[in-house]
Design a protein around this ligand. Structure first.
Ligand code: KG4
Ligand code: ZN
Length: 345
């Protein structure tokens, strides 16, 4: 760590995690998280109003915890970064308003950044500077995107995304069908280890060969129908085989399309991020297929893959380092901020 590199505090509130991260350059000093996931569990998905209120309550304490973890004073912060979008409008607004107030009170620059670009940039905290270009596969409860990233601070292009359910959403919905609780990803990941991934030939969550888009809603429906048919016939549902076969269908398509984007664009580095990147089968299959294709794979550790403040601080730090002009303090929260807007002016 170079001591005179700027100290950047990042705030994330786009969904159900209140995240505050602090970095100096590419060195992670604090990554404090308060999650409202337990408050959404009984609804089987994130309830926007509940998430917004939880952010309001958690913001102050999470900032204090991050400062204490980093061992720095609030007045030491040189720049602030905040997720300006995409995400839930009310949830984003809490973070953006807080960040404006903090930046204004200290007279420091504020960078309103893109959540997806932040998911990509976080890997710099773990594996060093990103290769230019690289391809990023971002898979979470809210997004499934394939990005070409010539420069994470200024040039990020969307090549494909989901046309319906996000990959994590499909895990959550299948878990709901099987009464496995919310969020569904971690429990399916665990249970699938005892199942046979080839037991049931579920349709691959493809969307038109030749495009880089994904579709998971047909797969999710196929799983629900299959389970219903078993129940109607009075037969036991082999849950481990169902989730293993479902998971295999998802990760097969994700890795196939990600590798195709790399190949078609002559890119040799693939990064996987977002909550679903914690999936052990996705990590294993991606590693296997990347090795066979001569592609270097980067996957941040699971805590950096799910939504967090460190990723926002990482992108803020990168923008400071590249000399980008900060956002205007009138910046809005934009729930559908396009990926081409890495930094909101
Ligand atoms: O990135 P994230 O924390 O929040 C957003 O949705 O933006 O991702 C949460 C999603 C949930 O849908 C959850 O079920 C999924 O990531 N997830 C997983 C695993 N861990 C979390 N999906 C599959 N396997 C996992 N191990
Ligand atoms: Zn996310």
């Amino acid at each position: 760590m170079i001591r005179d590199e700027p100290l950047v505090l990042g705030i994330e509130t786009s969904c159900d995690e209140t995240g505050v991260g602090i970095v100096r350059g590419n060195t992670l000093l604090a990554d404090a998280i308060a999650s409202s996931v337990d408050q959404h569990a009984r609804f089987g998905g994130v309830v926007p109003e509940v998430a917004s209120r939880a952010h309001l309550e958690a913001m102050g304490p999470t900032i204090d915890r991050a400062l204490a973890d980093a061992g720095v004073a609030f007045t030491d912060i040189d720049a602030f970064a905040v997720t300006a979008g995409p995400g839930l409008p009310g949830a984003l607004m809490v973070g953006v308003a807080a960040a404006k107030a903090y930046a204004l009170s200290l007279g420091r620059p504020l960078y309103g950044v893109n959540h997806l670009a932040a998911h990509v940039c976080v890997d710099q905290l773990e594996h060093g500077p990103l290769p230019k270009p690289c391809v990023a596969l971002l898979v979470s409860g809210g997004h499934s995107s394939l990005l070409l990233v010539p420069d994470v601070a200024g040039d990020v292009r969307s090549l494909g995304s989901t046309v319906d359910d996000a990959a994590g959403e499909a895990f959550d919905k299948v878990a709901r069908v099987l009464d496995l609780g919310f969020p569904g990803g971690p429990v399916i990941d665990r249970m699938a280890r005892d199942g046979d991934p080839a037991a049931i030939a579920f349709p691959r969550g493809k969307y038109k060969d030749g495009t880089y888009d994904f579709s998971f809603s047909g797969l999710k429906t196929a799983v629900a129908r299959w389970v219903e048919a078993k129940e109607r016939a009075g037969e036991p549902v082999p849950v481990a085989d169902v989730v293993a076969s479902f998971q295999e269908a998802v990760v097969d398509v994700l890795t196939q399309k990600a590798l195709k984007v790399c190949k078609d664009n002559g890119v040799h580095d693939l990064l996987i991020g977002g909550g679903v990147a914690a999936n052990s089968r996705l990590r294993a299959l991606a590693a296997e297929r990347c090795e066979a294709a001569g592609i270097r794979l980067r996957v941040p550790r699971p805590k950096l893959c799910t939504d967090n403040g460190a990723m926002v601080a990482a992108l803020g730090s990168e923008l400071v380092a590249t000399g980008a002009a900060p956002s205007d303090l009138s910046l809005p929260a934009d729930s559908s901020l396009p990926i081409e807007s890495v930094l909101m002016q």
